[in-house]
Design a protein around this ligand. Structure first.
Ligand code: GLU
Length: 469
């Protein structure tokens, strides 16, 4: 029997107001490995920054995760509910003499930091309080002097991060000063809470952004001090904008939910994010089961990926074309409702979806392609002047008469009406069909006009054209 424990992975976002697409990719990689291995995917909200961790901010993360269907198996756990646990670990380390109280004031530390800088030395805590004798410590505590708790880090040797993606990252221990693990106000710090959480949640793989790689040696020292085995570390490179700066609002939308609102499909976004930092031969399109099967940390790239909005848009178009029309019909409804459309005939919508599916790249574009089925249209003045003229009106009249007489109301007979007129008038099909398109849709670009006429039905079609005759 195989007794190797199943992997336990976590996504541990700090609420910032939205789920960033970089965070979503981290979540995805953890999720994929958990699903691939039959392991567990845990969601932990690192909400110790009380100012930023508002209920809305937390909800934004959950909404993003839910929309992407990154289903977690345990949690969400909240760090603010785990303070007792952190304190227990601090007490243990205090008892073992591995951490110590530090009474240095912010002003003192600041003065020393500036001094170091002016002497071109790296500012490091000088261990003033580590060198206090027991009696002094007792007196200061009894006198009510505020203090933080510092971790006594090793003085010599080195700490090595064996990173699955980055390889071995070596740091000389003398480069790391004594980390504050509990602030003067009693709150524990990130590097400490993350270790206590990962240990107590039995996390086997820590996959996160490489902006945390600097923290990892300190965390490894804490694992060692607490006597816990190390997890596997994998630091995923950042996502950059086209100017190779870290992706930010300047480069476009960075929040997952913004992509939902712009009419992207969750699986298209996930597929894109998966490939941004990982590859499998030159394959671009992956279903979710394929991602689960093929993803591997070993094939993640070492260097940062550049976010390419055009490629994401292209991929979204691929997903829209592949989607089941029934599914798109459900997805498109909120976009139509946003335009104030209330009464939606689902059968008509399904037909509309089918004729526009090949032509659009987002659900927003699709909504533009089908909205006129459900609302009055009013082409703008410029279009009216251009398309409803003394030349086109007699032709539109003929179209009305002939469509009116049409039976059955089907694509081919409708097309025949227009094709006959082309022959009769010696005008191009565009000349004849375009005014009709504008009358029916209010726009100059749409799906095939014969299909639109068919779906719109005789009554509405004639009514809309008549308005301009
Ligand atoms: N809370 C950290 C962040 O949002 C992640 C910590 C971790 O994954 O270890 O950047």
């Amino acid at each position: 029997m195989n007794s190797t424990p199943k992997p336990r992975l976590r996504f541990a976002p700090s609420p910032t107001g939205h789920l960033h697409i970089g965070g979503a990719r981290t979540a995805l990689y953890n999720y994929l490995l958990a699903r691939q291995t039959g392991g567990t995917f845990i969601l932990r909200i690192e909400d110790t920054d009380l100012e930023r961790s508002t209920p809305e901010s937390i909800q934004a993360i959950l909404n993003g995760m839910n929309w992407l269907k990154l289903k977690w198996d345990e949690g969400p756990f909240f760090q603010t509910k785990r303070f007792d646990l952190y304190q227990q670990h601090i007490d243990k380390l205090l008892k073992e003499g591995k951490v110590y109280p530090c009474f240095c004031t912010a002003e003192e530390l600041d003065r020393k930091r500036k001094q170091a800088q002016s002497e071109k030395r790296k500012p490091m805590y000088d261990r003033t309080c580590f060198n206090l004798i027991k009696e002094e410590v007792r007196q200061k505590i009894d006198a009510g002097q505020p203090y933080c708790i510092r971790f006594k880090s090793p003085d010599s040797g080195e700490t090595v991060v064996h990173d699955v993606i980055k390889g071995d990252v070596v740091v000389a221990n003398k480069e790391l000063d004594d980390l504050i693990i509990r602030r003067t106000d009693g709150s524990p710090t990130y590097n400490f809470t993350v270790v206590v959480d990962d240990v107590t949640m039995a996390i086997t793989h820590v996959i996160r952004g490489d902006d945390h790689l600097n923290n990892t040696p300190r965390q490894i020292q804490l694992y060692e001090a607490l006597g816990y085995p190390l997890p596997i570390f994998a630091h995923v490179p950042m996502i950059l904008g086209s100017d190779r700066q870290r992706l930010s609002k300047r480069h476009g939308a960075t929040s997952v939910i913004a992509y939902k609102e712009m009419g992207y499909l969750p699986d298209a976004l996930l597929n894109y994010l998966a490939r941004l930092g990982w590859s499998y031969k030159d394959q671009e399109e992956f279903t979710r089961p394929e991602l689960i099967e093929k993803f591997s940390l070993k094939s993640c790239s070492v260097s940062a990926g550049v976010f390419n909005p055009e490629k994401l848009l292209w991929l979204n178009g691929v997903y829209i074309r592949k989607a089941k029309p029934d599914d798109l019909t459900t997805l498109i409804i909120p976009f139509l409702e946003k335009k104030g459309i209330q009464h939606i005939d689902k059968a008509v919508l399904l037909e509309g979806v089918k004729i526009s599916q090949e032509k659009v790249k987002t659900l927003v574009e699709m909504a533009e392609m089908v909205d006129f089925f459900f609302m009055e249209v009013e082409p703008d003045e410029k279009l009216k002047v251009k398309f409803f003229t003394d030349e086109t009106r007699p032709i539109l009249k003929k179209i009305i008469d002939r469509l009116n007489a049409l039976d059955p109301w089907a694509h081919d007979p409708i097309a025949a009406v227009f094709n006959h007129l082309v022959v009769e008038t010696a005008l191009g099909l565009g000349k004849i069909a375009q005014p009709v398109r504008v009358a029916l849709t209010g726009r100059t670009v749409s799906a095939g006009v014969f299909e639109i006429i068919r779906i719109l039905g005789k009554e509405k079609t004639l009514e809309r054209i008549k308005k301009f005759v």
